[in-house]
Design a protein around this ligand. Structure first.
Ligand SMILES: Cc1ncc(COP(=O)(O)O)c(C=O)c1O
Length: 396
């Protein structure tokens, strides 16, 4: 049977292809054609998964831990997640308040599907991680965007959020450190936002994907506030913290009724996250944690280098990222030049002409930035930034 144009369900038209994944695909295609591409698009650590974690997976296979597990994850891993969160942040979650998912993206998807009704408003600070918008749209919710000020490092305050809260607001999503800007929430402001939302019965989703990668502040979880367990929804991931992007393990720490709702959804969609990855994740959470600090130290060196090199490009400005592994420079100097009407065209031309992959700012809700991932070697950073510098000079 031929697939006719209107055969695709309406809900699919509400979402768009993930632009970060598209950039990765375009760069891979060019590379397969033999082009020497420098890839600043990938949002994943360039470090290998630590050995102790890999060995745990090997043992899981050898011991035939290769069958279905409960859809929402093993009791052992849920316990390990709760214990690590308690040790790192002083929270007190029980395994009944934990769900294991197929990566951090999956927990965010399931949470939004489980909670957002058509017409519900979800407050999302800009720039935002691409997926929030699409996941909310998919659920029929309404995204309410809150702009941040680039001059203040894209930081967010409670006073900026408050005017956007209405009786229809179901959820506020905070991602600190932020992908793409690297902005980190001030602890006092985060606490004020928690107060604002909890008083009004609004859920506060905290995406802790990069929570360990902070350059000048201590890791902190808003879920450690007294009483926070009722309205704070923790979306966690092992992907970046332990360089485990391909293993696909994330988790939610949320009220039990929401775990049950998400579990129901998961039991009819993915079923359990991979059994082998779950065993590896127990080791990641319970085993030595040194690798995280080693990666952070390396990211810090790269951040300093990238920011300094970007600021040396005429007309380009760059706020200093305080966490995660992305820089979000402003290329407004090029927007409006011939053949560069927006950052999508800028990114396309950078890839086609200079063979550097970056993600256009439009994907994150801003008009004159691109995202540069510095989760790549110093050698690649040098090569890529040389090329970007030359491109800007040539096209200014
Ligand atoms: C802000 C943020 N949250 C969540 C995720 C989800 O990560 P994963 O699904 O790979 O665990 C990502 C991945 O890029 C991210 O950048």
């Amino acid at each position: 049977m031929q697939v006719v144009a209107n055969a695709i369900a309406e809900r699919i038209s509400r979402i768009s292809e993930s632009s970060t994944m598209k950039v990765a695909a375009d760069a891979t295609k060019l590379r397969s054609e033999g082009v020497d591409v420098v890839d600043f698009g990938a949002g994943e650590p360039d470090f290998p998964t630590p050995d102790n974690i890999k060995q745990a997976a090997v043992r899981a296979i050898e011991q035939n831990f290769t069958k279905y597990t409960p859809a929402g994850g093993t009791a052992e891993l849920k316990k390990a997640v709760c214990e690590r969160h308690a040790q790192d942040f002083g929270t007190s979650y029980s395994p009944a308040e934990c769900l294991i998912t197929v990566g951090g993206k999956h927990v965010i998807f399931n949470l939004v599907q489980a909670l957002v009704n058509p017409g519900d408003e979800v407050v999302i600070p800009v720039p935002y991680w691409v997926t929030y918008k699409d996941v909310v749209n998919f659920a029929g919710g309404k995204c309410v965007f809150v702009d941040t000020d680039e001059q203040k490092g894209f930081t967010l305050s409670a006073a900026m959020i408050e005017p956007y809260l209405t009786p229809r607001t179901k959820m506020v999503i905070i991602n600190s450190p932020s992908n793409p800007s690297g902005a980190v929430m001030d602890r006092g402001e985060f606490e004020k936002i928690y107060k604002l939302t909890s008083e009004r019965g609004i859920y506060l989703m905290t995406d802790e994907c990069y929570c360990k990668f902070l350059y000048d502040s201590e890791p902190f979880s808003i879920a450690s506030m007294p009483g926070a367990k009722e309205s704070v929804l923790v979306a966690g991931s092992l992907s970046k913290t332990y360089a485990m992007t391909g293993w696909r393990i994330g988790f939610g720490l949320v009220p039990k009724a929401i775990v049950d709702a998400m579990n129901k959804l998961q039991s009819h969609s993915t079923s359990n996250p991979t059994s082998i990855s779950q065993k590896a994740s127990v080791e990641a959470l319970r085993g030595p944690q040194e690798s995280v600090g080693v990666m952070l130290a390396e990211y810090r060196k790269r951040r300093d280098f990238v920011v300094q090199r970007l600021r040396a490009i005429p007309g380009v400005t760059c706020q200093e990222p305080r966490g995660a592994f992305y820089a979000y420079p402003n290329f407004g100097v090029l927007i409006g030049k011939p053949g560069i009407k927006d950052t999508l065209q800028l990114s396309e031309r950078l890839l086609a002409e200079s063979h550097v992959a970056v993600v256009p700012g439009e994907a994150f809700g801003t008009g004159s930035h691109v995202r540069i991932s510095y989760a790549t070697s110093m050698h690649e950073l040098e090569r890529g930034l040389d090329r970007i510098h030359q491109f800007v000079v040539k096209n200014s």
